[in-house]
Design a protein around this ligand. Structure first.
Ligand SMILES: Nc1ncnc2c1ncn2[C@@H]1O[C@H](COP(=O)(O)OP(=O)(O)OP(=O)(O)O)[C@@H](O)[C@H]1O
Ligand SMILES: [Mg+2]
Length: 211
């Protein structure tokens, strides 16, 4: 899915936190949104991912505006995956059950757990595995319905460097296979993995680097 943002502005009350953002996210690309705390990464990611409506400007998804997407729950379920800093796994369910709960096609669950290296942990609860393993389960849940694009906000915020790099490598691997990733992060190391790096500063795009 191609995502095009045009002249985005966003206010929280009277405070303007996005001030004219234009950008294009190409299908299957791995895009990193980096910048200092408060620069507007989460706000921009929330708008791009349909969770927040901008105060001004528009986002198009394969040419369609938000209003033209039809049933938004259905659109999200079929097209978008989400990963957050906190895994939001259901603690009463095993890792496998967390992924299976979201799955439209149950036959994809086991191969995906295998691909993410957590198949042997499938029967454990989220408090019985490490932070990196939990986050991989959350990534499996985001990928299970083969979304066109996965949005991740600080997905490695709670991980050490080794696990963080493991997550970026997973994103890279799936993006080579055609899934798009848009990832907001403080972590500059993500730039070694992403195809496009969007650098935010005070609510505007300061620079876009392409690798
Ligand atoms: N719900 C909200 N209500 C009011 N102000 C908000 C709200 N969310 C964010 N802001 C403000 O908007 C600005 C941008 O915040 P945003 O969360 O997008 O930044 P960020 O780049 O994601 O920061 P961080 O790296 O700390 O996560 C900040 O000044 C923040 O204080
Ligand atoms: Mg943020």
């Amino acid at each position: 899915m191609r995502i095009e943002a045009h002249a985005l502005e966003h206010f929280y009350g009277h405070e303007k936190v996005l001030n004219g953002v234009d950008l294009v996210i190409e299908p299957g690309s791995f895009t990193a949104i980096i910048g200092e705390s408060g620069s507007g990464k989460t706000t921009l990611l929330s708008i791009l991912s349909t969770l927040l409506q901008p105060s001004r400007g528009s986002v198009r998804y394969d040419g369609k505006t938000f209003g033209e997407l039809g049933n938004i729950d259905r659109f999200r379920r079929h097209n978008i995956g989400f990963v957050f800093q906190f895994h939001y796994l259901i603690s009463y369910l095993t890792l496998r059950e967390n992924v299976a709960l979201a799955a439209l096609d149950q036959t994809l669950v086991d191969p995906l757990l295998e691909a993410l290296g957590i198949a042997r942990l499938e029967g454990r609860y989220s408090d019985e595995v490490s932070g990196g393993e939990r986050q991989r389960a959350a990534i499996a849940r985001a990928l299970i319905n083969r979304p066109s694009v996965v949005f991740a906000d600080e997905p490695t915020g709670n991980l050490d460097t080794k696990n963080a790099l493991g997550v970026y490598e997973l994103f890279k691997r799936f993006s080579i296979e055609g899934t798009g990733f848009v990832v907001a992060s403080h972590d500059k190391k993500i730039a070694d993995y992403a195809d496009i790096i969007i650098e935010m500063e005070d609510g505007v795009v300061k620079q876009i680097h392409q690798r």
